[in-house]
Design a protein around this ligand. Structure first.
Ligand code: BTN
Length: 240
């Protein structure tokens, strides 16, 4: 079953993920929250997400029975964004493990998936896509890009949000039917990471090796220089 999403647009929010949490507390789901800008946009590991006008900031609020499986929603979201970038701008977008979308090796999109457990469980899939921005804060400028910077064109934010949901809806049945293998298979097709030598910074250490695969639980598998395999569950990766 594909969810029938209701869109809620706001000019300014502190964070679309926070607004989604408010809706979830009221028992609402199947809502897409979109903001023109965010005052406290955040990324993984509590990092700031630059959220000025011109970007797309949206959160998909879903009722999710099994919150342990929310990583597949992140994978579905990254692939959906990559597909939309390819179709609308003709750019070659790729997914970078675990939650980014790159254009020409630079970050154009990050996904922050959060969960709420209780009587009912919820997943909040927060998508930040750089669309019409031409500059970013110094700290991220070097490694960031936008659709505008790559194609010299502006794009309609509402239109992109609708297209992303269309793609998300096409992939969502695999999640709903627990066909996780299919999600991994599609993610591999769009992967920027696999086959590259990467440095993975994790809580337990830094590992360098060739990214050979993602396993059935979305973990990244590295072949280290000594030939051993290392499973990366969480962290940041850098192409070396
Ligand atoms: C990351 O790359 O670390 C993830 C960035 C996620 C940013 C999006 S923008 C919409 C939603 N609201 C937030 O505050 N964060 C996510």
């Amino acid at each position: 079953m594909k969810p029938d999403f209701k869109f809620c647009y706001f000019n300014v929010l502190s964070s679309t993920n926070d607004k989604a949490k408010e809706f979830a507390k009221e028992g609402k789901s199947n809502i897409v929250i979109v903001a023109g800008r965010q005052e406290k946009g955040r990324g993984r590991f509590g990092r700031e997400w630059s959220s000025s006008f011109g970007g797309l900031y949206m959160t998909i609020l879903l009722h999710a029975e099994d919150i342990d499986k929310s990583r597949y929603l992140t994978f579905i979201a990254t692939v959906s964004v990559a597909k939309v970038i390819c179709s609308i701008a003709g750019l070659d977008a790729k997914v970078k493990w675990p939650n980014d979308v790159l254009i020409n090796h630079k970050k154009a999109c990050g996904i922050l998936t959060e969960t709420i457990s209780g009587n009912k469980n919820y997943a909040l899939v927060g998508i930040g896509l750089n669309v019409n921005q031409k500059k970013f804060p110094k700290s991220v400028m070097r490694n960031s890009t936008s659709l505008n910077m790559e194609s010299n064109k502006n794009y309609g934010i509402k239109k992109i949000s609708k297209l992303i949901i269309m793609e998300f809806n096409n992939l969502y049945p695999y999640y709903n039917k627990r066909n996780y293998g299919k999600i991994i298979e599609i993610w591999r097709e769009y992967s920027h990471t696999l086959g590259k030598t990467v440095k993975a910074k994790t809580l337990t250490g830094t590992y360098t090796g060739k990214a050979v695969d993602v396993d059935e639980e979305c973990n990244l598998i590295l072949r280290l220089n000594d030939g051993t395999m290392k499973k990366i569950v969480e962290g940041d990766i850098f192409i070396v």
